[in-house]
Write a protein that binds this ligand. Sequence first.
Ligand code: TXA
Ligand code: MG
Length: 330
Amino acid sequence: MNTEILSINEKSIEKAAKIITSGGLVAFPTETVYGLGVSAYRGEAVENVFKVKGRPNDNPLICHIGSIEDTYLVSDDVTDLAMKLLKEFAPGPITVVVKKGDKIAKEVTAGLDTVGIRIPELQSARDFISACKEPIAAPSANTSKRPSPTDAKTVFEDIGGKIPLILDDGSCQVGIESTVVDCRGQIPIVLRAGKITCEDIAKVVGECQLAGATSEVRSPGVKYTHYAPKCSMMAMKMPTSKEVAEQVALLENQGETVVVLGENSLGSEISTKNFIGLGESVGDFMRSYYTSLRKAETIGTMILCVVPFSETAAEGLYNRVEKSTGGKII
Ligand code: TXA
Ligand code: MG
């Protein structure tokens, strides 16, 4: 199949909406990562999303809508808690999980009776979704387990030739996927960490829990290895630059070609051939994380990601680093 990449505008949105309402797939930008969209009402079409990504079919998809007035398209039971969080954080990088509406195809939710609802912050994404007049089920537009795509070119690398159209709106500003929050009970439970933290949510509704790794898996996706580069990878949590240099030397002695990812200033503090600066702030790190993994894997055999922030300051980032390294954080 020929895959077109078109700048997102009125004309390309019209074309994309036609593809969606005839049961096709379109990749589109959001502020977090690029999504692989399909109508949430068309079960057969949804099955193709799982095929294109190579995604296990017990991992449900999030439903995207264009505005807060459209939640009824996805669920008849949007709880007060869900509405409160949407009013505070949406449009934005948050997904609320509530009871599923009947029109949503069972393939979307992998048979669960719950559904995730998200309203992207990126205006062009909302324009596209609204033009389809049906909720858009969309996972990240990468091959399953690979780092998520934050630009159109990366979407093409992974699934070019398998879908007809990629809508292009440049690079994603957030860079990691939305915070997924179970809103069915009295207290919100964060199932997948993101830019919006548990603390941010607690400030609005008084309380918030982070689903622990050992608790019952309620967000099916969290049990899979994810976001992993093709080469080996490990991470260091708030080390000194001397500790980083020692770790690089150790790995090099083991025959690895090491690529260090870290705060921009670290590059000049340690002498290493292969260094990729992720920026200065937590936001910078999240924005450049996935692209940098994809770049680093073409250079080295071992990625060493140096995180200069505490876990509470960078909940979403640590979650992705944990997943990409399979827990190898020292
Ligand atoms: O930022 C994002 O959320 C991006 C963009 C495209 O919107 N989407 C995304 O989708 O990251 P995906 O499919 O890669 O990840 C969805 C996550 C998975 O961990 C999945 O298990 C969880 O959300 N999820 C979806 N529906 C759920 C539900 N009903 N209950 C619990 N978890 C759910
Ligand atoms: Mg994904």
